[in-house]
Design a protein around this ligand. Structure first.
Ligand SMILES: [Zn+2]
Length: 307
C-alpha cells in the first residue's frame, strides 16, 4: 500500500490489525542542549557550541527526578554529542530503568546529509550511546522530524545499523517539518519489516490535523486542551499516543538568545515555568511507559516475534 500524495511513493505497510496495546502511552524525551535546537541554527553556529554553557545534565536530572516521583518509565532519544561529553548522565537514565535511544550524533537534519554521511553519523552515535550504557540501542528519532519521502533509504540504513524502530515522522505540515500523508498509526516502512515507524500523534479536528504530541504546543496551550488533543488523537488512530519533550523546555533560567527570530523565541521560551506542573497532571491523567514496551513489543508480538 502506498499513501496518497507522497512524492516518491515510499513503501508503507500497516501493522497487524490484531495488535493489542495495554493502555499505556509512550513518554519520550529528546536529550539535547538548549543551543542545539533547529530554531536557533541561524543564530548559534555549530562552531560556537563548545563555548556555550552546558545545561543538559542538570535539566535531564530534573526530568529524571520528576519521573521517579510520578512513577513513569520513559524513552530518552539522546544525541551522541551528549553521550560523548556526559556518559554518566546517559548511564543514569539506563540504570533508572528508562530506555536509551538515539537522536543522531549532533542534530544534523537528515536531508542535509548524503547516505554515506548519515550511515557514519548513525554508527558513531549508536556506539557512543552503547558505550555509555553497556547495552544495545534499538530506537531512533530523526532530529527535527527531518525524515522525508525522498530519503526513505534512511530506514534501510537504520536496519543495517541494528535499529528496530524509528519515531521520526509527524503526520502534518508545519513551517519546519511534517509529512501530512504519513499514516497516523505505527507502520512498516520497509518490505522485510525490519524497522517499525512510530509516528507522532495528531488529532483531526474540523478537517485539520493538529499536533497532539506535546512539544511547544503543550507549553503554549492550556493543559485541558493539550490533554484533550492527546486523548482524542490516540483514539482516532487506534494506537497509543506519543508525547515528547526536551530538557531545555523546563529551564526558564537558560541563556536568552536575543538575536533569534521572534517566532523562534516565542516557541522556545513561552510556558517554561508552568511545564512541570502540567507534566505532573499529564502523568496522573494517563498511563505512560517506554516506547519499546508500550508500542514496539505489542506490534512484534502480533506477528509472533519478540523484542
Ligand atoms: Zn532534537
Amino acid at each position: 500500500m502506498t499513501a496518497e500524495g507522497l512524492s516518491s511513493a515510499p513503501f508503507i505497510a500497516p501493522v497487524e490489525a490484531s495488535v493489542s496495546y495495554d493502555g499505556r502511552h509512550a513518554f519520550t524525551v529528546d536529550v539535547e542542549e538548549w543551543f542545539q535546537v533547529g530554531a536557533f541554527e541561524t543564530t548559534l553556529k555549530r562552531e560556537d557550541w563548545p563555548a556555550l554553557e552546558s545545561r543538559v545534565e542538570r535539566q535531564t536530572y530534573a526530568i529524571l527526578a520528576l519521573l521517579e516521583e510520578t512513577g513513569v518509565k520513559a524513552t530518552f532519544f539522546c544525541l551522541g554529542w551528549v553521550a560523548e561529553r556526559k556518559p554518566l548522565l546517559i548511564h543514569a537514565l539506563h540504570e533508572a530503568g528508562h530506555e536509551v535511544a538515539c537522536h543522531g550524533r549532533d542534530h544534523r537534519r537528515l536531508f542535509t546529509m548524503d547516505r554515506k554521511t548519515f550511515e557514519r553519523d548513525l554508527t558513531v552515535a549508536k556506539a557512543q550511546l552503547e558505550d555509555a550504557i553497556g547495552a544495545p540501542v534499538r530506537g531512533y528519532r530523526a532530529p527535527s522530524f527531518s525524515l522525508t519521502p525522498d530519503i526513505w533509504w534512511v530506514y534501510d540504513a537504520l536496519a543495517a545499523a541494528g535499529f528496530i524502530y524509528s519515531s521520526s515522522l509527524y503526520p502534518l505540515k508545519t513551517d519546519h517539518y511534517g509529512m501530512p500523508a504519513a499514516p497516523r498509526q505505527p507502520f512498516w516502512p520497509v518490505a522485510d519489516r525490519s524497522v517499525l515507524e512510530v509516528p507522532m500523534t495528531v488529532c483531526h479536528v474540523f478537517g485539520r490535523s493538529l499536533p497532539a504530541s506535546g512539544g511547544g504546543y503543550f507549553r503554549l496551550l492550556p493543559y485541558a486542551l493539550g490533554r484533550w488533543l492527546l486523548a482524542k488523537g490516540s483514539k482516532q488512530a487506534g494506537s497509543p499516543a506519543v508525547f515528547y519533550m526536551h530538557p531545555w523546555e523546563m529551564d526558564p533560567d537558560q541563556p536568552f538568545v536575543a538575536d533569534a527570530p521572534w517566532l523562534s523565541r516565542f516557541r522556545h521560551y513561552t510556558g517554561q515555568r508552568a511545564l512541570e506542573g502540567k507534566l505532573r497532571r499529564l502523568h496522573k491523567d494517563f498511563r505512560w511507559g517506554r516506547m519499546d514496551e508500550t508500542i514496539v513489543a505489542p506490534v512484534l508480538k502480533a506477528e509472533g516475534r519478540v523484542l
